[in-house]
Design a protein around this ligand. Structure first.
Ligand code: GAP
Length: 499
């Protein structure tokens, strides 16, 4: 079944996006000269700009647009007890199963979920739903043998060996461990953090007290996280080293529902403001909740390989802070002056969390931006134009400046224009190659504006400004360029949509 899937239009489209990301300097496999490292990727010259833009917009949308949200940057290494308290040492596991013939390892639950997705795709929605419910029940009961039986019952085979010669299902902890210091004993064992959230929880009182924060308030953080994922497929969707953008919002117990609803609505608006259409986003409300949560939802995006989680919004009660209080023996309470009942003034706040992967958001934005427009050219021939329809605020390069020809003083004039713009916008100057090819190259990396300096420029100080999406050109005075481009690439365009 997996083999058949390889040539679906969706898979072909996804393969094109992956190739494009590599060819145009967005994402490279890590250590590629050594044949790569599974599920680890590097960002190239355009990728890093796009990712930085995404991170900056998220950061500002959290901290600048919310007076009661501040940021921190906690270390990747944390005291090992943090992960005992949080439950990651005991239960941050995925159920895995190996195929004895191919020796390939799979996530047992994902094998079943994929089968359910196939049913749904073939219009067998009831069958798909029934299968997912069966799986959910087995997961709840932690019945690993039952999950294996389900795989056999469904006749799910390994994509490589095409056999159902499966091992038992076993739990596999996803945390990477290493040692700190020079003495190799248990006490020096540390983990690479599997989520950034715990750095926020353990700093909750530091920030609250030093920032004189009043509940409700939030702490935002962007940083690397590491998980030894078993299913390492789908490009940068599931990585072993990735970046999270998380925000923990501390509220009075009993007031979490209001904040949960607020953040659900706000986060969807944020994604739409980045250019993701509403019909490509949906909520998946969790029916079965983790024992510490009283509400949870994923925001799913329709990737070329199906609807998948992009962001999680979780109402986590006081679970994490209570656990840290218990393990550290340090009080994690907040004193609320505004509560009248003196017995209720001191409490451990409840937490609503929003958590999105920077890499996963990058992939969603790239998939959404990848555009193939087919039309008829001036000679009546059918042509496909490929470009990245990125929101101008996100584009790695905002503007490219070209002289029409490399003589007659045009390069000198074009460089003047370049100098005028480069301090405000990511600007490139190019005087090699034909103008048409240069436009195409900028389209492929999503540059919203190209400026061409021609002979008329020398006479009247005007240039052509070409717009990426429409390919239309307008003639503008050089002195108007900064305002025109500045308006299009201003962060305000995103932030206004969030108010
Ligand atoms: N603190 C909560 C938490 O970590 P999660 O659902 O495990 O929750 C949150 O992760 C988000 O992090 C996901 O919605 C996804 O965007 C991103 N993410 C998780 N695992 C990832 C991986 N292996 N590769 C890339 N992104 C990942």
């Amino acid at each position: 079944m997996a083999k058949k899937e390889k040539n679906t239009p969706e898979n072909i489209q996804f393969q094109k996006i992956i190739s494009h990301a590599k060819e145009y300097g967005f994402v490279f496999p890590s250590s590629e000269v050594y044949d790569g490292l599974q599920a680890v990727y590097d960002y190239g010259q355009n990728g890093v700009q796009l990712k930085n833009n995404l991170k900056q917009i998220w950061w500002k949308a959290m901290t600048q647009l919310h007076e009661n949200v501040v940021g921190i940057d906690a270390a990747i290494f944390m005291h090992p007890t943090v992960w005992k308290a949080s439950g990651h040492v005991d239960s941050f596991n995925d159920p895995m199963i190996d195929n004895k013939d191919s020796k390939k390892r799979y996530r047992a639950d994902v094998l079943v979920e994929n089968r359910a997705a196939e049913y749904a795709k073939n219009g067998e929605n009831d069958r798909s739903e029934a299968l997912l419910q069966k799986l959910g029940k087995l997961q709840e009961e932690e019945n690993l043998d039952g999950i294996r039986d389900l795989i056999i019952e469904e006749n799910i085979v390994c994509a490589v060996s095409e056999t159902a010669n499966w091992t038992e299902v076993r739990q596999f902890n996803l945390m990477f461990a290493t040692e700190i210091g020079s003495v190799s004993d248990d006490a020096s064992k540390v983990y690479l953090r599997p989520e950034t959230a715990q750095g926020i929880f353990v700093n909750f009182l530091n920030v609250q007290q030093t920032g004189r924060m009043k509940v409700p308030f939030g702490i935002a953080q962007i940083g690397k996280a590491f998980r030894n994922e078993i299913v390492a497929r789908q490009f940068i969707f599931r990585m072993r080293e990735f970046e999270q953008m998380e925000m923990q919002y501390f509220v009075r117990p009993g007031e979490e529902k209001e904040s949960y609803d607020y953040w659900k609505a706000t986060r969807i608006k944020f994604l739409e403001a980045l250019g993701i259409p509403a019909d490509k986003l949906r909520f998946h409300d969790h029916i079965k909740l983790a024992h510490y949560a009283n509400a949870a939802a994923d925001i799913e995006f329709e990737f070329p390989f199906g609807w998948k989680e992009l962001e999680g919004i979780h109402s986590r009660t006081d679970f994490d802070l209570t656990k840290h209080q218990e393990f550290s023996k340090k009080k994690m309470q907040y004193f609320d002056e505004e509560v009248e009942d003196k017995d209720k003034k001191r409490y451990i706040p409840y937490v609503v969390e929003t958590s999105i992967g920077a890499d996963r958001l990058f992939l969603a934005i790239l998939c959404q931006a990848y555009t193939e427009d087919t039309g008829v050219d001036a000679k009546g021939q059918e042509k496909t134009r490929l470009y990245l329809r990125l929101h101008p605020v996100l584009a790695p390069t905002k503007v490219a400046v070209f002289p029409l020809v490399k003589k007659d003083g045009l390069p000198e004039k074009a460089k003047e224009v370049f100098e005028l713009l480069r301090y405000d916008f990511e600007t490139v100057y190019e005087d090699r190659g034909a103008i048409g090819k240069n436009y195409t190259r900028q389209d492929l990396v999503g540059t919203p504006f190209c400026i061409t300096v021609d002979h008329q420029t020398l006479e009247d100080n005007t240039v052509t400004l070409r717009h990426r999406d429409s390919t239309e050109q307008e003639r503008l005075n050089i002195s108007d360029l900064r305002v025109k481009i500045g308006e299009a690439v201003s962060l305000k365009n995103i932030f206004k949509a969030l108010r």
